[in-house]
Every structure is written in structure tokens, then in C-alpha cells.
Design a binder for this molecule. Structure first.
Ligand code: 13P
Length: 283
């Protein structure tokens, strides 16, 4: 069933687990996520980035997401990942998304608060949940690169002010993760997660979670992370399975034969994540 992001994440916050938010770009990825969620009895978030929306078209992504959610036996939210402006957020709300992210992290604090408040006023009026970001998460997401020198960890006192002033539903924080493939092992600032959670209380979001070791993810969840974004690990599973299939079957011309193992490979990754995040069995 299609539900709001807030509904899923408030429950996760109350019972101390995290819901996976997986990036979608086509039908096979959507199906892999939903099948994994049903097989593990897990709530889940389907999220489309602006790049994903550009690739598939808003109508296709929204229709796929809503159909999948309505047919699913588990609760599913449809979320905009890293919306960078008001118009993009409005477009997604108009197409039935139940959760949106307004990423004003490139702005100064005051301007980030202002744009987040503007989005919340409209989104909340129509029952759509809102995620914002404070601090700068490093790495490359949708061709936007924040280099390591520019990435800045979230200040706990600023987070408190930000949440109090905006009334945002959940907050993405910068605590040492980065989008994309890691060069070394990521080191998370657990004290910072703990401090921010103590001050704000609302569900916290971890971006750039592919490639983060299992014990780090579990510890982050225990300290108050309730939404975990995964894109790169699915991309790797998808493309690797296609490479493997094509190497073994160079004469194949049926796209379904290539895409079926790619879907299965993603599904295995997603199921494993759902167990690590603690969302399995929570639907
Ligand atoms: P990864 O690509 O590192 O999994 O990050 C995904 C993400 O945070 C999307 O917002």
C-alpha cells in the first residue's frame, strides 16, 4: 500500500530501526525492491532522483512507483531524492509522490531554512512528508560532485535550530558518508549522530550508505538513523549481473534474459540490507 514517508519513519523512530530508501530508474529496479520488501516483510521507500526522473520521465516513474506501492503487501512510500528547487518538488507532489526531499544544503543556513519552510507549507497542506538536508554530504550524486574539502559535517546546534524553525519531518545529516564508491573505508562520526538525535528527536537520514560496513550501519541505526539511502550498491549489482550474463551468453538477443538475473542480483542485495537495517519483519 502507498503511505507517506512520515508514517514509515515515525514508526521506525519509535521502534529504533531504519527503512531502506532505494533509488529507482526503471521497472526491474522497482520490482526488485518490492519483491525484496515482500519477501522480508519490510516497509520500504522507492526514491527517484532528479536524474532518474529525467531518464525515465516523471509520468513513467510516478506511475511505476504508485502501481508497485498499491499492489504491494507491505507499506511503500514514493519519495523525491535531492529535489533542488521548489518547482521540482511541486511537480512530484502533483504526480502523487508521498514524500519529497528539498535539498537546500548548498545554501547558507538561513536560506536553507527559508526554502525548506516554503516547501513544507505546501507539502504538509496536501499530506506529503518532507526531508531536508543540513551540512554537506560529499561524493557524486546525479553528476553533482561535492569534494571532500567542501563536505562539512552537520553542526548539532544548527540542526536543532533548523528542525525547530522548519518543522521538517526528517533530516539528512552529514556525518562522514559520501555518495558513490568509496576509495577507503568510510568513518562515521557516531558521537555526532547521537548528539543530533538527542537534540532533534525526529527521524534522521543517512545518505551515501552503499559500501558502509555492516557494523557501522547497525551502530548508526542504534543511535537514531531511520532512513538509509542506497543507490550505488544496486547499480553495481545490476551492471555486474549484466556483464556476467553477456560474457556467458554472447549470442543472446533477448533483453528479458539479461534483465532477469540483474533484477535477482539487486533483490539479493536489497534483502540483505533490509535485515541489516532492522526493517525486515516490521511491515
Ligand atoms: P549511494 O549511491 O552511496 O548509495 O548513496 C545514495 C544516496 O544517498 C541517494 O541520495
Amino acid at each position: 500500500m502507498l503511505v507517506t514517508g512520515k508514517e514509515l519513519l515515525d514508526h521506525a523512530n519509535k521502534y529504533n530501526y531504519a527503512v531502506g530508501a532505494f533509488n529507482v530508474n526503471n521497472m526491474e529496479i522497482v520490482q526488485a525492491i518490492i519483491e525484496a520488501a515482500e519477501e522480508t516483510n519490510s516497509p520500504v521507500i522507492l526514491q527517484a532522483s532528479q536524474g532518474g526522473i529525467k531518464y525515465a520521465g516523471i509520468e513513467y516513474i510516478a506511475a511505476l512507483g504508485k502501481l508497485a506501492a498499491r499492489k504491494a503487501k507491505v507499506p511503500v512510500a514514493l519519495h523525491l531524492d535531492h529535489g533542488t528547487d521548489f518547482d521540482q518538488v511541486m511537480l512530484c507532489i502533483r504526480h502523487g509522490f508521498t514524500s519529497v526531499m528539498i535539498d537546500g544544503s548548498k545554501y547558507e543556513l538561513r536560506e536553507n531554512i527559508n526554502i525548506t519552510k516554503k516547501v513544507i507549507e505546501v507539502a504538509h497542506a496536501v499530506g506529503v512528508s518532507v526531508e531536508a538536508e543540513l551540512g554537506k554530504i560529499g561524493g557524486t550524486e546525479d553528476n553533482v560532485t561535492v569534494d571532500e574539502r567542501e563536505a562539512a559535517f552537520t553542526d548539532p546546534d544548527e540542526a536543532k535550530l533548523f528542525v525547530d524553525e522548519t518543522g521538517v519531518d526528517y533530516l539528512a545529516i552529514a556525518v562522514g558518508t559520501a555518495h558513490g564508491v568509496y576509495k577507503g573505508e568510510p568513518k562515521l562520526d557516531f558521537d555526532r549522530i547521537k548528539r543530533i538525535k538527542e537534540l532533534v528527536g525526529i527521524p534522521l537520514v543517512l545518505h551515501g550508505s552503499s559500501g558502509v560496513p555492516e557494523d557501522s550501519i547497525k551502530k548508526a541505526v542504534s543511535l537514531g538513523i531511520n532512513k538509509i539511502n542506497i543507490d550505488t550498491d544496486l547499480r553495481i549489482a545490476f551492471t555486474q549481473a549484466i556483464r556476467d550474463y553477456n560474457e556467458k551468453n554472447p549470442k543472446n538477443i533477448d533483453p528479458r534474459k539479461v534483465l532477469a538475473p540483474a533484477k535477482e542480483a539487486m533483490k539479493e542485495v536489497i534483502k540483505e540490507k533490509m535485515h541489516i537495517f532492522g526493517s525486515a519483519g516490521r511491515a
